[in-house]
Design a protein around this ligand. Structure first.
Ligand code: NHO
Length: 361
């Protein structure tokens, strides 16, 4: 196969981005051909690149980025820069930016492939979804987003395989949020006990499970985005993550907090309310789940109670569990389970996608 170098542009170097860069460094050592040339890397404030597409040293990229005096290119300029690269180019979008997500159709049209854990593009308007996949089909550039649902777990690839091999998916349900899983497993464990709600929320943030703003997890929007993506892959043209019922765990009084930090400070005043929800479950335990019923086209997200023996009640840590009910699998669903949040496992899905794209372009 041709051994032309492949040019990689990384946008975003936070929790996931840093883990990705370290996996990319190891990958480049394990698989020297084709050469993966990191030619651009940026955060929202800083960037490194050179006009001659010189490969940025992977060992020291993060430190060099912190020390750089260059600012990021505007997205259209980045696309122009990558279009002129002397080889195929891939953008790895490790941000949660809406602007970057909206540039995917233009990137794909220009033949630049996309690999990303960013949910915004695939769970935004249905038009953006269509524009992305039409642009990819026209140009042959690839777009992979495994980590947009269930971190590195094979959720999207499994669903695509089910659909493409002609199985009929009837229902998808489970725990889709690493943050919510962690929170309820530690706040309302099977057998009783558990920590204070607001303390557990702070822990989830410190462990890197939450979205950059933890309110995006607690208001159910992160799960709603994931269900939007899966529903669309299963053939339902869901209009947006706000077009179906989603239960929010943000107290009304804190909806107007101007920052995630202010929200975290004030949250402990509402611990008692969560204690009441826990107590009202009686012998069962309360968990935050999502479901897609394909036949009735209904999608919903919120709290439900489960018997202690149910697999959802028995989850550990920040694990996700996703059950696919299909015609072929009958009454025993195909189940994917494991760590659903955190930098390393999310980056694993991104790196694996990169490997798939490199093999196809
Ligand atoms: P950070 O740590 O805030 O890093 C974001 C980086 O992007 C920063 O370097 C920032 O400077 C840069 N950035 C932002 N806007 C930019 C712009 N316009 N131009 C250039 N740079 C820009 O966020 P994370 O945690 O590293 O997350 C990165 C992406 O991965 C997000 O889209 C997030 O949704 C996605 N993601 C993260 C996780 C996770 O565990 N952290 C998961 C999946 C996807 O499976 C995980 C998950 O769903 C977590 C979820 N909260 C859950 O289930 O609980």
């Amino acid at each position: 196969k041709n051994a032309q170098p492949v040019f990689v542009a990384v946008i975003g170097a936070g929790g996931v981005g840093k883990s990705f860069l370290s996996q990319l460094r190891d990958l480049a050592i394990r698989r020297p051909s084709p050469q993966l040339k990191l030619c651009y890397i940026a955060t929202s404030r800083k960037a490194i690149y050179s006009d001659d597409y010189f490969a940025i040293e992977l060992d020291s990229a993060v430190q060099a980025l912190a020390a750089s005096s260059k600012t990021p290119r505007a997205v259209p300029d980045l696309l122009a820069y990558l279009t002129k690269a002397p080889g195929k180019a891939i953008i790895v979008d490790n941000t949660s930016s809406q602007d970057v997500a909206e540039a995917y159709p233009a990137a794909l049209k220009a033949g630049i492939s996309i690999v990303t854990p960013n949910k915004k593009a695939f769970s935004g308007s249905y038009k953006l979804w269509q524009d992305i996949f039409h642009a990819a089909a026209d140009s042959g550039a690839k777009v992979y987003h495994e980590s947009s649902v269930g971190a590195g777990l094979p959720v999207i690839s499994t669903l695509k395989d089910l659909v493409e091999t002609g199985d009929e998916v009837t229902k998808i349900e489970g725990v889709f949020s690493g943050t919510m899983s962690f929170l309820f497993n530690s706040f309302a464990p099977v057998g009783g006990g558990g920590g204070k709600w607001s303390d557990e929320v702070k822990k989830a943030k410190a462990l890197g499970y939450t979205e950059p703003d933890p309110r995006d997890d607690l208001n159910g929007l992160d799960v709603a985005r994931k269900l939007t993506i899966l529903a669309r892959l299963a053939g339902l043209p869901v209009e947006s993550p706000t077009s179906f019922p989603v239960e929010s765990l943000i107290p009304k009084e804190l909806e107007s907090c101007s920052s995630g930090d202010e929200f975290l400070e004030k949250l402990s005043a509402f611990d008692q309310k969560m204690e009441e929800k826990k107590a009202s479950a009686g012998d069962k335990v309360v968990r935050f789940v999502g479901s897609i019923d394909v036949a009735s086209k209904s999608v919903k997200v919120g709290l439900q109670t489960f018997d202690p023996s149910h697999p959802i009640a028995a989850l550990k840590g920040s694990d996700n569990i996703i059950s696919f009910y299909t015609k072929r699998y009958g009454s025993n669903p195909l189940i994917v389970q494991g760590a659903g949040a955190g930098g390393d496992v999310t980056a694993m899905g991104v790196t694996a996608d990169l490997i798939k794209v490199v093999a196809q372009i």
